[in-house]
Ligand binder design. Structure first.
Ligand code: NAP
Ligand code: F7E
Length: 342
């Protein structure tokens, strides 16, 4: 019997980590994920694919670790011996990165470097190739220097988060060129789903719509409604990550839908879907403004289409509808309680 391919995922408990795990398990991979110790359960996005480790045919394994802890990362790499590593772990909230810049940079920038260093040593010592995916972000384009943005568009990051992602991007490229690592940067534009964190604007809106319909919420407080984003569906985007690591040569790719929409347009579609008018519910709260904003993002994913054969499968309107429908269903199933931290 041939051995299963082994993949290691940082950030397996996040939106993308959970979809990527499902995708790789479907492809018959053995999937290993790094999870953080938490005082409350943080595995709800992967509970449905969790397997009892006592089962001899188990193919999903979880390891305690943290991107700020290089020793543990090295130990996990030695134990797991993966052929592919997907670095999805991050303090990924742009607004929060202004409040916690050092921690964000430690996780996002230094975390990527710790992984690259561990892979470099492991590969040098064992001669085994480890393919590396770095979760780059359209936030790196920040104050955009070109419309639409593609792989060659200069970066102009506007937050601690995106400065850290730019560092991780260049280190990934640097390790590829210096040590011949098979290391790829995905430059992914915003991608959403019913599993999106509740404090990102899309999910905050769709969750509020569900709660308003159910009579559990009266108002929705938001910040800047004029910024524009290129929003896609997370399931489509994790497929692109895997495709990058299956190519003959490592490279960097923009993954996007080539469309841009404002927060107002998102609100319009989400509220109209349940026959409500968003202007009756949305209030401005300056708390949600950022010290520096990214006004417009729109990606050009021609390279990914031509070289990977990748393309998105869900339209903007379908995405908004599927998120609203999912939150309505989830609320019907359980009594959702607002956390207050949004
Ligand atoms: P997410 O839902 O916020 O998930 C982040 C993951 O990272 C979670 O599993 C989290 O663990 C983990 N994590 C946080 N700090 C960590 C640390 N110090 N050590 C180890 N793990 C840590 O993010 P996502 O939306 O799935 O995004 C995945 C990756 O793509 C991130 O790197 C993000 O920056 C990047 N990205 C996202 C988008 C997007 O639109 N979604 C676009 C471009 C790039 P807990 O569950 O314990 O918090
Ligand atoms: O904000 C505006 C906010 O937090 C989108 C992360 O996954 O995608 C994400 O970063 C826009 C911004 O996502 C609220 O000012 C208004 O203009 O949903 P967001 P983001 O900052 O684009 C990129 C690609 C990543 O890499 C990141 O990891 O919405 N906005 N009012 C608001 N945003 C939030 N969160 N909350 C509000 O109340």
């Amino acid at each position: 019997m041939t051995e299963k391919k082994r993949a290691l995922i940082t950030g397996i408990t996040g939106q993308d980590g959970s979809y990527l795990s499902e995708f790789l398990l479907d492809k018959d991979y053995e999937v290993h994920g790094i999870i953080r110790r938490s005082s409350s359960f943080n595995t709800n996005r992967i509970d449905h694919i969790y397997q009892d480790p006592h089962n001899p045919h188990v193919s999903l394994f979880l390891h305690y670790g943290d991107l700020t802890d290089g020793t543990t990362i090295r130990r996990i790499l030695e134990e797991v011996r993966p052929v592919e590593i997907y670095n999805l772990g991050a303090q990924s909230h742009v607004r929060v990165s202004f409040d916690s810049p050092e921690y964000t940079v430690d996780t996002v920038a230094m975390g990527a470097l710790r992984l690259l260093e561990a892979i470099r040593d492991y590969q040098y010592r064992t001669g085994i190739e480890v393919r590396f995916y770095q979760a780059g972000s359209s936030e790196m384009f920040g104050k955009v220097q070109e419309v639409p943005q593609k792989e060659t568009t200069p970066f102009y990051p506007r937050s601690p988060y995106s400065c850290a992602k730019v560092y991780a991007h260049w280190q990934t490229l640097n390790y590829r060129e210096s040590y011949n690592l098979f290391a790829c940067n995905g430059i992914l534009f915003n991608h959403e789903s019913p599993r999106r964190g509740e404090t990102f604007v899309t999910r905050k809106i769709t969750r509020a719509v569900a709660r308003i319909v159910a009579g559990k919420q009266k108002k929705l407080y938001l910040g800047n409604l004029d910024s524009k984003r290129d929003w896609g569906y997370a399931k489509d985007y994790v497929r692109a990550m895997w495709m990058m690591l299956q190519q003959e040569q490592p490279d960097d790719y923009v993954i996007a839908t080539n469309e841009t929409h404002s927060i107002k347009e998102f609100l319009e579609i989400a509220f109209t879907h349940v026959n409500l008018n968003w202007q009756d519910y949305v209030e401005f709260d300056p708390r949600y403004l950022r010290p520096a904003e990214v006004d417009l993002l729109i990606g050009d994913c021609t390279k990914a289409k031509e070289k990977l054969g990748w393309q998105p499968s869900v339209t903007f309107t379908e995405l908004v509808h599927l998120m609203v429908d999912s939150d309505i269903k989830a609320l019907e199933k359980s009594n959702m309680v607002g956390s207050g931290f949004d």
